[in-house]
Design a protein around this ligand. Structure first.
Ligand code: SF4
Length: 475
């Protein structure tokens, strides 16, 4: 393919997918593809799908129906549009997508994104001969070498905050989860490659990086000394990079929280005091059925240790209600642990079976019961979120200003706890970390006024001990 072409990538699901979408666009840029934010007029549409949430495949097929119409309209205008399906649904459904969705030209699994230029060129040529491509192999080459190699288009910074994949895949095999099947075995990138990518992003103006992986704290990448480094050690190294003021990581498994990670939370001001630590259920019986490999008491011990290391730490989590066999008593144990811990926020979902996973064949909880339990759990989580936000009123928080707001003269940024914070400030201040006095709590955002400039690279230390921590457990 040659000449400028428009690429529209739609991401479903998690941050891993957003990251992958950016890397796909980076990989296709040297082939003349320029990103556009609407599918109308695009030459290549990629749906980057997610298999974690409910009805993922149905959502994808209904989106494909919309894309098929666009493709037909373009054909009437004499334009050819290629449609690709990527991500975990592509990996799981493969040929089935080609069978059910005639408009799709290319199905590409998460391990093959670096082959996109080649696959797209083939699809463009082969389509004329009526052939369509499915690439859902787990290739032996390291896709990251191709996606972020200095010899190709460099990882591009998009704004002041960026994701870096440090680990991919999972060996835990929770009985409800497709990740070990769609993303494969756990693989960690070497430390020097992560540092090179983080340094490039910092040079391009990025102030905050989030290290991501399906099971990020199981990270064990090769360090420059030839040994396997832990995530805690990697975080220390990333914190040394000039220009990076904030570091986050997600998503963690409670069993993989080790001493080095706790030390990182204790020692690194750059590591934001906000930890997403999925619990899934508060009942040991259900945790065992989920194959989570830890008990409620194990989880509480991790929380205690984390809070002892960093007093201003806030927590979020994931919960599944209505897992097969969950009784009212099991469910209450989940609500109890939520009340005990005091979360700043949490995601909660009704269990829905994923084909091919062990839990899909277990005895299911009736749908109405799941809905009713979800309603109760979300009420408890929403109360905690509202209390956490309300406790910020009148306090001064460091805010990384990352983009203009909806109103003229307004900027939006993120607090250390990922809360959106809106202030009036000139656009020239995007990228700065500023101290903001919180004056109003909205339903989705906090509002505030500029206090004084914060120390670049460090959270407002004076505020750390004063930050609200909804801790019934812990230090
Ligand atoms: S640890 Fe997370 S990614 Fe791995 S199987 Fe369990 S839920 Fe899935």
């Amino acid at each position: 393919m040659s000449g400028p072409r428009k690429l529209f990538v739609k991401s479903f699901g998690c941050q891993m997918n957003v990251y992958d979408s950016h890397r796909m666009a980076d990989t296709l840029a040297p082939e003349g593809f320029v990103e556009t934010d609407a599918p109308e007029g695009a030459d290549l549409v990629i749906l980057n799908t997610c298999h974690i949430r409910e009805k993922a495949a149905e959502k994808m097929y209904s989106e494909l129906g919309r894309m098929r119409k666009l493709k037909q309209e373009a054909a009437h205008e004499g334009r050819k549009v290629l449609i690709a399906v990527a991500g975990c649904v592509a990996q799981a459904e493969g040929q089935e997508i080609i069978r059910r969705a005639p408009a799709v030209d290319l199905v590409v699994g998460p391990q093959s994104y670096h082959r996109l230029p080649h696959l797209v060129a083939r699809a463009a040529g082969e389509r004329a001969a009526g052939e369509r491509i499915v690439d859902t192999e787990f290739p032996v080459e390291d896709k990251f070498d191709f996606l972020a190699s200095p010899s190709r288009e460099k990882t591009r910074a998009r704004g002041v905050s960026a994701f870096i994949t440090v680990q991919e895949g999972c060996d835990k095999f929770c009985t409800f989860c497709v990740v070990p099947y769609t993303r494969g075995a756990q693989v960690s990138r070497p430390v020097d490659k992560i540092i090179a990518e983080a340094s490039r992003l910092a040079d391009a103006g990025v102030r905050e990086v989030t290290l991501i992986g399906q099971n990020v704290n199981a990270y064990h990448g090769e360090g420059p000394d030839g040994r396997a480094w832990t995530l805690g050690r990697l975080l220390h190294r990333v914190a040394d990079i000039d220009g990076l003021a904030r570091i986050r990581y997600t998503t963690s498994h409670p069993c993989d929280v080790d001493d080095s990670l706790i030390a990182a939370h204790r020692d690194l001001a750059e590591l934001m005091p906000y930890l997403h630590l999925p619990l899934q259920s508060g009942a040991d019986r259900i945790l065992a059925a989920m194959n989570r490999r830890h008990t409620r008491a194990d989880y509480l011990r991790v929380v205690d240790r984390m809070r002892a290391a960093r007093a201003d730490l806030a927590l979020s989590s994931d919960f599944i209600v209505g897992f097969p066999g969950e009784t009212e008593q099991d469910f209450r144990a989940t609500v109890d642990v939520v009340e005990d811990i005091g979360y700043a926020g949490a995601f909660s979902f009704k269990y829905s079976p994923r084909p091919g996973t062990p839990a899909a064949t277990m005895r299911q909880v009736p749908e109405e019961m799941k809905a009713e339990r979800l309603h109760r759990l979300q009420a408890a989580i929403n109360r905690q979120r509202a209390a956490f936000n309300a406790a910020c009123q009148g306090r001064t928080l460091d805010v990384l200003l990352d983009k203009p707001g909806k109103r003229a003269g307004q900027l939006v940024g993120r607090s250390p706890y990922l809360q959106p914070v809106q202030i009036m400030a000139p656009a020239s201040r995007v990228g700065e970390i500023v101290a903001v006095r919180i004056t109003e709590i909205g339903s989705n955002s906090l509002f505030g006024t500029l206090a004084s400039a914060a120390t670049p690279g460090a959270p407002a230390a004076a505020e750390r001990s004063a930050m609200p921590v909804l801790a019934a457990q812990g230090a």
